[in-house]
Design a protein around this ligand. Structure first.
Ligand SMILES: [Zn+2]
Length: 421
């Protein structure tokens, strides 16, 4: 056994299993995994004396954070040079998709620097995002572990089709047969999950404004096909309670955004184990972008304000009834910054979760949502050593996770990939 070993000592461990924090812990990393957690004397037994030690006195050790909803190829700064389609100069889709891919190298690094060691991308051109995922997995450059849906599946006039590179990010499918085929196309392309625009949003073309998107009958057979292939289905759904409930009833694994949710919908989610990924960061950031005069679209002010009003009520309901909540930011929406992901923790606490519950959304719950909970999400022997060392106590002040100076070390696969010690 020649794997590299590192011993972390004097750590205050929040293991994110749901157990309370434990002080004075030692954690042994061996290769890419956590080999042992416990009292130092026990963990040290049989270790060669030359084993490197990192003293974490005064610091808190947490599992690496997981953001279940980002768009890593898009720049969230509305004032940045355009990386989406623009009228001048005339460029092909390949140019814009390439710009997005190159931008993603920076966005990946920013995300990792903030302690997020796993992310899930929720809509992007297939070739570019899967190339990015595979290059990251091969260790060709520094960034978080990436899971990706690639193209979303949407109906005629549905969300995704308004994007100027829509033909590369949105597969238009109407009726059960076309949706079924679209799912097979994405499975064949190597998608880690299926993203379906299950519930539309009100800003789209008039016939679909404020209506549920897909019917249950359109979605259900395709979702069953994804599940037969062992692949999860995440549904974009908000602004219309029936649209959200159609997605739950059709059997999706997670509802993205999800407000306004009603009590019946929440009950179905609990019965079926459907996750809610509320992406609370979007609304306050969009309101800020509008207030600063750097972003808007027709009707967006009223729409964003309505969404901002719905979100706390949905979180209150979901939290009170016990819907499983997993962490997602929708990083790439206006001013939802890559590397600013930790703002979501503060919003979850503002809307009623305890700081510990908020931490669990980005660790244990998120790993369960991604079906990676046998590998990630908690600090336990045998798990992959994705870890964050925080200066101070995030349970006393969850906002300190937004201060990069407090993110002292980030380990991914047992390697220190960020160090500010
Ligand atoms: Zn999104």
């Amino acid at each position: 056994m020649n794997e590299t070993q590192v011993l972390l000592t004097n750590a205050r461990v929040i293991d994110c299993t749901g157990a309370p924090p434990r002080s004075g812990q030692a954690v042994l990393l061996r290769g890419k995994r956590i080999a042992a957690v416990g009292a130092e004397a026990a963990v040290r037994r049989d270790l060669p004396p030359e084993t490197p030690v990192i003293d974490l006195a005064g610091k808190t050790l947490l599992p690496g954070f997981i953001d279940c909803h980002v768009h890593i190829m898009w720049n969230p700064d509305p004032t940045a040079p355009p990386q989406r389609m623009s009228s001048v100069p005339v460029r092909g889709l390949g140019y814009w998709n390439s710009r997005g891919l190159l931008y993603a190298l920076t966005a990946c690094r920013l995300t990792l620097e903030a302690g997020f060691t796993t992310i899930q991308d929720m809509m992007a051109p297939n070739d570019q995002i899967f190339a990015l995922r595979d290059a990251l997995a091969a260790g060709e450059f520094s960034g978080p572990r990436l899971l990706a849906s690639g193209m979303c599946i949407t109906h005629t006039g549905g969300h995704g089709t308004e994007m100027l590179n829509g033909q590369d990010v949105a597969y238009i499918a109407d009726g059960p047969d076309e949706v079924f085929k679209a799912v097979r196309q994405q499975l064949n392309a190597g998608a880690d999950l299926i993203k379906i625009m299950g519930g539309t949003r009100p800003a789209l073309s008039a016939p679909y404004r404020g209506r549920p998107g897909y019917t249950v009958e359109e979605m259900q057979p395709a979702i069953e096909e994804a599940h037969r292939a062992g692949v999860r289905v995440a549904a974009h759904a908000h602004s219309d309670t029936q649209g959200i409930k159609n997605c739950i009833q059709a059997g999706v694994d997670s509802v993205e955004h999800g407000f306004p949710l009603d009590e019946e919908g929440a009950t179905w989610m609990i019965e079926r184990g459907t996750f809610l990924v509320p992406t609370l960061s979007v609304n306050p950031a969009a309101l800020e972008a509008i207030a600063r005069g750097i972003w808007t679209y027709k009707g967006s002010e009223a729409h964003v304000q309505r969404m901002a009003d719905m979100a706390p009520k949905t979180i209150e309901l979901a939290h009170r009834l016990g819907v499983q909540i997993a962490f997602g930011t929708d990083a790439a929406m206006p001013l939802v910054m890559h590397g600013g992901n930790a703002r979501e923790f503060e919003l979850l606490v503002d809307y009623g979760l305890t700081p510990m519950e908020a931490l669990l959304t980005a660790t244990r719950n998120a790993a369960q949502n991604l079906h990676l909970d046998d590998q990630l999400g908690t600090i336990e022997a045998g798990k992959i050593a994705d870890l964050v060392v925080v200066d101070g106590d995030p349970l006393a002040d969850i906002r300190l996770l937004q201060n990069l100076d407090r993110i002292k070390l980030v380990f991914k696969d047992g390697q220190a990939v960020v160090s500010r010690l």
